[in-house]
Design a protein around this ligand. Structure first.
Ligand code: UD1
Length: 366
């Protein structure tokens, strides 16, 4: 059996790493099983891509498509054209995709048209906001996938509501948390806190990269006004995504930042998890960080109107406050005053999701 897993953008690497490790265990015992990795090149900067291969001990990808940046149509189309060549040459039995980025839908669509079975890991998540490019990618990927692996119960309900047959859907937990669990011992050895001189003090960790937050100057200014106020109280560590960096330059905002806001390049996996684990508060618009902070019990304010990961709000430490920045600021200040939201770890987020996925696939596909 030949399986090709796809990675494209930064949030994909930590999801495919545990799946690769789980397949490797079985292919060591049975050489007829081979797991190959295709990197589309959607993210290509050393700090957005290569550092994750190193940190997560992923092998060099078997195929690199080198598609790079572009409009949604250009990027998706380029992935499809290049991935089709790989599929025609390799004839895999299965294509496995993770998450919700453009590479996810592009590769699923290409495989489905060639009648190759497809697997979507992290299926069923819905923000119900079709203006988010990721929501379009999620809905379409799920619609044409043959195996749907779900991280939280809301995903089961969403797929049921959309009429997806139970026989395709499996609740297995969260592969991104598998990576987190696996690398926690290394995380505890990271010296990133010393590098920022924050080892013995509370700090706020910020990430912002959604087009809805960073592409429009008025919204970006409002967000920085909130961060400037928090910076009066704590150091604010802000590893900055290339999209956000470009916009800060374009809108001439760099000079308006408080001196306690420390902008840095994107940070590798191990060091970044160390920051999540030790932060007093995270302000973010990322999807994955909502989950990682819930697992680690770190306070998180999500600066978005909706979340496709409602379990992080229902049982975790996440608060969804994007539609009211005044309230977001108030809550943030309360947290820094010690008024925290208690949370617990969602069901099956236990470090074994990839093992379950591989077992199910091997049982179902002959
Ligand atoms: C993509 C995903 C998003 C994910 C995010 C994580 C889609 C629709 N979006 O958004 O879901 O949360 O990745 O980072 O797939 N750039 C670089 N170097 C890189 C990559 C990007 O400079 O290695 C710059 C380019 O100017 C590019 C821009 O960032 O145009 C946006 O990159 P792109 O991959 O189109 O989308 P992201 O905003 O990163």
């Amino acid at each position: 059996m030949k399986i090709i897993s796809v990675v494209g953008a930064r949030p994909n690497f930590m999801k495919v790493a545990p799946i690769h490790k789980a397949f490797k265990k079985v292919s060591n015992l049975d050489s007829s099983i081979s797991h190959l990795i295709c990197h589309t090149g959607q993210h290509y900067d050393e700090k957005m891509s290569k550092v994750f291969f190193d940190d997560l001990e992923l092998p060099k990808p078997d195929f690199y498509l080198g598609v790079g940046s572009g409009s949604h149509a250009e990027q998706t189309a380029r992935v499809m054209i290049e991935f089709e060549k790989i599929l025609l040459q390799e004839k895999p039995d299965l294509v496995l995709v993770v998450g919700d980025v453009n590479s996810t839908i592009a590769c699923t669509l290409t495989a489905a048209k060639l009648h190759i079975k497809t697997v979507h890991v992290e299926a069923g998540l819905r923000s119900f906001d079709m203006k988010m490019p990721e929501e379009v990618n999620r809905v379409l990927t799920d619609r044409i996938s043959d195996y749907l692996f779900v991280t939280e119960k809301s995903g089961l309900q969403n797929l049921k509501n959309e009429g997806v047959g139970d026989n395709k859907v499996f609740f297995v937990g969260n592969v991104m948390i598998d990576s987190l669990v696996h690398y926690l011992p290394k995380v505890d050895q990271s010296n990133i806190l010393d590098q920022f001189d924050i080892a013995n003090q509370g700090f706020v960790l910020v990430t912002l990269h959604r087009p809805s937050n960073v592409d429009e100057p008025t919204q970006l200014k409002k967000l920085f006004a909130v961060l400037n106020e928090l910076a009066e109280k704590r150091k604010v560590i802000f590893p900055i995504h290339p999209r956000t960096k470009n916009n800060l330059d374009k809108f001439n905002l760099i000079d308006t930042l408080h001196k306690n806001i420390i902008l840095t390049d994107p940070i590798g996996y191990i060091d970044f998890i160390a920051l999540i684990k030790n932060a007093e508060l995270i302000m973010t618009d990322s999807g994955g960080i909502q989950e990682e902070s819930t697992f680690l019990g770190t306070q998180c304010i999500t600066l978005r109107d909706s979340t496709e990961r409602p379990i992080t709000v229902e049982v975790g430490t996440n608060q969804l406050l994007g539609n009211n920045l005044e309230l977001a600021k108030e809550r943030a200040l309360e947290i820094l005053d010690g008024k925290i939201k208690k949370g617990s770890i969602p069901e099956l987020w236990d470090g074994s999701a990839a093992k379950r996925i591989v077992e199910i696939l091997l049982k179902n596909i002959n």
